[in-house]
Structure formats: structure tokens, C-alpha cells
Design a protein around this ligand. Sequence first.
Ligand SMILES: Nc1ncnc2c1ncn2[C@@H]1O[C@H](COP(=O)(O)OP(=O)(O)OP(=O)(O)O)[C@@H](O)[C@H]1O
Ligand SMILES: [Mg+2]
Length: 327
Amino acid sequence: MTDGTTVTEPAREGGPVRVPEAELAVRTRGLTKRFKHQIAVNGIDLQVPVGSVFGFLGPNGSGKTTTIRMLLGLIQPTAGSHELLGRPVPEHALPLVGSLVEGPAFHPYLSGRANLARLDAADRYSDPATMRTRVDAALDRVGLLPAAGKRYRAYSLGMRQRLAIAAPLLMPRRLLILDEPTNGLDPQGTREVRHLIASLSDTGATVLVSSHLLSEVEQICTHVGVMNAGTLVTQGTVAEVRVGGTQRARVQTPDPAGAARVLTELGLTEVQQQDAAALGTVGDVAVEKVVPALVHAAIPVLGFTIERPSLEDLFVALTGEGFDVNG
Ligand SMILES: Nc1ncnc2c1ncn2[C@@H]1O[C@H](COP(=O)(O)OP(=O)(O)OP(=O)(O)O)[C@@H](O)[C@H]1O
Ligand SMILES: [Mg+2]
């Protein structure tokens, strides 16, 4: 699709333009939004790599939608700045950005197809001659083609949500920003939206998808950013974020008490004994010292493993027990 350094943008007035390709599809610097009584978003430096599926996670009220609304220019930040697709003036990137925030206003008495046709006609970059093709392709993409002629008011919640996702797909997009796209969907619908997001990513688009439910998006994300109370508490690849978590050493042994004593002496914390094992948080202790110390103390070692927390454990640790990870 690209030669690695430059990309050709869709034709606008003045024809296609060649611009340097950015490495970050979204970059914010100290982005802040203060409402009267509170800071909803507190100086976040978000970095969404091009080509990623970025899970923007956090409990209810943590500032995800507020951040997304600032990214899309729907509200003004109190402080800070952001770039979209490398454009310092993010508005210049908006034609290449598709979004789903708070659902578009659909007309209840028009069919799904007619609703999309209206949205398409309202887009000044769209060519009326090819409208029908675009609309049907978008409907097909979200599996709504069979119900294309049905009135919006007769759509189920899941069908409405799919139509909302179809809207930003009318035009080719380099970046899709989807705020809670699985809201209100049943498990089947959620799974379908997950597949849809993965397939959008396969076409080369960067996808920023927010959710307050880790389980809904973790399977498809390459990267995650976690919000808590207006602050971005961690971001990175899924693997990086997991490495940031605390490592626990597990020693399988017929002498858990002896092993626990050695772990404590070595400086491991939160040391626990189980039936045939002892566990401890590694912290700054050099992992390779653990087994020799056990052997030196004549503790029989049947097994030694380093356990990393699951993403779920990590999110609970980062955001408090209030983070409803299971839905
Ligand atoms: N227009 C507004 N006026 C005042 N406070 C607001 C406004 N919009 C959002 N807030 C507050 O900012 C905080 C962050 O809200 P936001 O909607 O960004 O959270 P969220 O992470 O999207 O939550 P959810 O998962 O429930 O969608 C909340 O405490 C909310 O009450
Ligand atoms: Mg929200």
C-alpha cells in the first residue's frame, strides 16, 4: 500500500499529495481537559503506532471518551496538543480518520442503506457517482447487507451498532477511532465486532478502540493504553505492559517452609507458602540467584518458574478492583 516513506492521500482539491508517513497515528503531548469541577484528562502523552490495534482501556469515567473527543476536535483541550497521522494541525488529517463516538444521528424512518447514503452525501470528499457502491461495500463489511432495506427503527441494538460502525467505513481510512464499539452488543455481536476490527486492521488501517472491558478487546490488540482517573497509567505493546507487572517466583519443593525462608532472606517480598511450593515477588532481586541459594540451603527444588501477571491481574492492579474486567 505504501513504499514505506511516503503515502498518497485521496484526491482533494489540488489533487493527491505526497506526505511523509508518520510512525505514530496518534500522538498527544500533555493533553488535558478540565471541566468545572474536575480534571477529566490529566496531561496524557498517548502514542498509538501506525498499524497497531490500540486498546484504550480504563474503568468508567477514567477519561477515554473525553480524550477521543479532543482527538477528533469535538471539544477543545484545556492544555496540551495532539497530532493525527503526523499532522501538527490534526484537523488536516480528519478526512483520513473514521470515528464512532456517541453514535451518529440516524434517521429512524429511513433504511440503513438510505441512512448511509445521507451520510455519504454529506461528506464533501465523496463522489456521488460511486455512492451506491460505497454504501453497499460498507454495509457488507459489517454484515448488514441483508437488512440494508429495513428501517433503522426496526433495527436491533446490535444492528444499530453495526450501522454506526459502517458509517466511518464509507471512505477509505488510515485511522479508525472507535469509542466502545461493542456497547450494548450481546456476546455474539461482540465477537463479530472483534473480528471486524481485526479485519479493518488487516487492510492496513490503525485502529484505536476504547473499552471499559478488557476481555472485549484484549484478544485483538497489539498495543494497550490504560487510563485511570484521567491519567494514562501505562501504554505499550501487550508484552511490554505485561513485563511492567511484578514477577513472582514459584519454587516447587517438598519443603515450602524452608524455601520460603530462603526467598525472604534473598529479599523477595510477599512470600507465601503453599502445599508443595513457595512463592515470592522478585522485585529487584536477581532471578538467577534464587535457585543457587535454595540449593546452598539444601532445599530440594523440583521446579522453578517465574510467573507474570495476566493482563487482567495487571489491569486490576493498575486501576483498582473497580475495573470490571469480566463484564
Ligand atoms: N461535558 C462534561 N462536563 C463535565 N464533566 C464531564 C463532561 N464530560 C465528561 N465529564 C467527566 O469527565 C470524566 C471522564 O469522563 P469520560 O466520559 O471521558 O470517561 P470514560 O472513560 O469515557 O467512561 P465510560 O467508560 O463510562 O465511557 C467523568 O468523571 C465525567 O463525569
Ligand atoms: Mg466513554
